[in-house]
Every structure is written in C-alpha cells, then in structure tokens.
Design a binder for this molecule. Structure first.
Ligand SMILES: [Zn+2]
Length: 99
C-alpha cells in the first residue's frame, strides 16, 4: 500500500476487451491476484463491464438450469456466450421499460 494506490483508483487499468477476457477466469476464481485486482478495479469504474458481467452471470445460471445449451465456460467460447445473450435479448424485447 502506497499513496500510488489512490491515484491508480482513478484509472481503468485494463481495457474493456481485456476485462471481457478476464470475466470467465474471474467467475471460475482462477485469476491471479494481480489480474483480479485489475479486473475488480476496472469493474468498479466501468458500468458497461458491470452490466456485461451481470449478463454473463445470468446466462450461466440459465444454462446450468436448463442444460439445453452446452457452452463450456472458457474465454474462447465468449462468442457463444454472447450469442446466447443475443437470443435472450431477442426473446425479451424491452423488458426494462415495463416497470
Ligand atoms: Zn469496461
């Protein structure tokens, strides 16, 4: 812990693309302490990646319940995960505005 810590908190540290790549490892709790720190710092400052993580979490929960979609949770399968998210979005149009 140094005074640098305070300054670094104002930085995203990693790009959103990097954060997306780290999401699966984050969920599997296989990130190194340094990567975990970068990821959590980025997430705390980046609303877009927070939403993305929520969506991935929801998708994984859905998949593990239904078992109808068999997509192993690996960084290389992120496209498949995103495809599932797209399908869900298409099936539930504008759910957010119904409150
Ligand atoms: Zn981000």
């Amino acid at each position: 812990m140094t005074d640098d810590q305070f300054f670094i908190k104002n930085e995203l540290r990693i790009t959103c693309a990097d954060a997306v790549e780290l999401v699966t490892e984050y969920l599997e709790e296989t990130l190194s302490p340094a990567d975990l720190d970068d990821f959590q710092t980025h997430l705390s400052l980046c609303e877009g990646c927070q939403v993305f993580l929520d969506q991935v979490n929801a998708t994984i929960t859905l998949m593990s319940r239904s078992r109808q979609v068999d997509v192993p949770l690996l960084p290389g399968n992120m496209d498949a995960l995103l495809a599932v998210l797209d399908e869900r979005a298409a099936q539930k149009p504008d759910e957010a505005s119904s409150s």
